[in-house]
Design a protein around this ligand. Structure first.
Ligand code: KG4
Ligand code: ZN
Length: 342
């Protein structure tokens, strides 16, 4: 247990630079978001069709100080009011992570305040709790992003079990790959989401991989089915492919998440990660989850995608439970959900 005093007035400045968003946020007491600034690099990477790690690191270097200054100004506080400085320590791109970790450690050193290295995956779980503090444990969290797809049992703060995961592509990765094949641009999730609403979701009966099989998921075969179908039917409308592909992804994600919630007797279902901004996933999970008797929490879209408010929320809990990280804490590209960066 930590002997560091953490309470409702503890103010944390958090930085997030794990992938292609440069973000800074000031949060008081673990859930009072005083500011949350996100500067996206999407336009910089779009011309390459995906995130270019070296380009991302350089863009973080340029954006971080102004983003941080905006976060402090918008919070309406003096830097001397900040009690601790946090940064995402992993998982993510090594060069990108190092920008945020180095900046946060430098500030902590200069201000003589604690530094907290935060696990980005754990932070995504806290995004849902930030938006709805009334949620009760145990929860099932569906974490669906560009790099991860996991169904997680959250029994309490820092107490998780991964119940299911993708055995190949992440859900967001499948969206991005299908969109690239259809020439729809990057990132693919938001485009497919938008055009799917103009298509017929029953036009093509794509497979629901591993639907009846445990809690793991697989998207690689579905992506191949889409590519093969379009090769054989070159005149098919993109809107119908998008709608039918999306229906298959969402169907599998909802079925597995509700199954997990039933198995552990969850008090609620929470979505997290970039793909949880998806309109159909939000609508279907709400409807099917409620029909199965579960409270379903949908974080705002800003909380679904990468941001630093969720990093500050996770840091507040970790600081109270484990105390600060050491200033020799590094950046960990492959950090697992239950690993605490020290
Ligand atoms: O969590 P996130 O911002 O970054 C990480 O991967 O950590 O997630 C980005 C992913 C991308 O693959 C993007 O295509 C997907 O989330 N995404 C969506 C939507 N918005 C973002 N996928 C489906 N529908 C959306 N509306
Ligand atoms: Zn993320």
């Amino acid at each position: 247990m930590s002997n560091f005093v953490v309470n409702e007035s503890t103010v944390i400045l958090a930085l997030e630079t794990s992938c292609d968003e440069t973000a800074a946020s000031v949060v008081m007491g673990g859930n009072d978001v005083l500011s949350s600034i996100v500067s996206s690099q999407i336009e910089i990477h779009a011309r390459f069709g995906g995130v270019v790690p070296e380009v991302a690191s350089r863009a973080h270097m340029e954006a971080l100080i102004p983003v941080m200054q905006s976060a402090i100004t918008e919070a309406g506080i003096l830097p001397s009011r900040i009690d601790a400085v946090a940064a995402t320590a992993g998982p993510g791109l090594i060069g990108a992570l190092l920008v945020g970790v180095s900046a946060a450690k430098s500030l902590a050193l200069v201000w003589d305040k604690p530094f907290i290295g935060v696990n980005h995956l754990e932070a995504h779980l806290y995004a849902g709790l930030l938006d709805d503090p009334t949620l009760q444990f145990p929860l099932v969290v569906l974490l669906v992003s560009g790099g991860h797809t996991m169904i997680i049992e959250m029994r309490g703060h820092g107490d998780y079990t991964v119940l299911g995961r993708t055995i190949d592509d992440a859900a967001g990765e499948a969206y991005d790959k299908v969109a690239r094949y259809l020439d729809l641009g990057y990132p693919g999730g938001p485009v497919i989401d938008r055009i799917a609403s103009q298509g017929n979701a029953e036009a093509i009966d794509f497979p629901r991989p591993m639907e009846h099989d445990g809690l793991n998921v697989s998207f690689s075969g579905l992506k191949t089915s889409v590519i093969n179908y379009v090769k054989k039917n070159p005149d098919v409308a993109n809107v119908d492919v998008a709608a039918s592909f999306q229906a298959a992804v969402v169907d599998v994600l909802c079925t597995k998440t509700i199954r997990a919630a039933q198995q552990i007797g969850a008090k609620g279902i929470v979505l997290g990660g970039g793909v949880s901004a998806n309109s159909l996933l939000r609508a279907q999970m709400s409807e099917r989850g409620a029909a199965a008797g579960f409270k379903v929490a949908l974080p705002s879209r800003a909380m679904c995608t990468d941001n630093a408010a969720m990093i500050a929320a996770a840091a507040w809990h970790r600081l109270g439970a484990d105390g600060p990280s050491s200033l020799s804490c590094g950046a960990y590209p492959n950090l697992k959900l239950d690993a605490v960066p020290r």
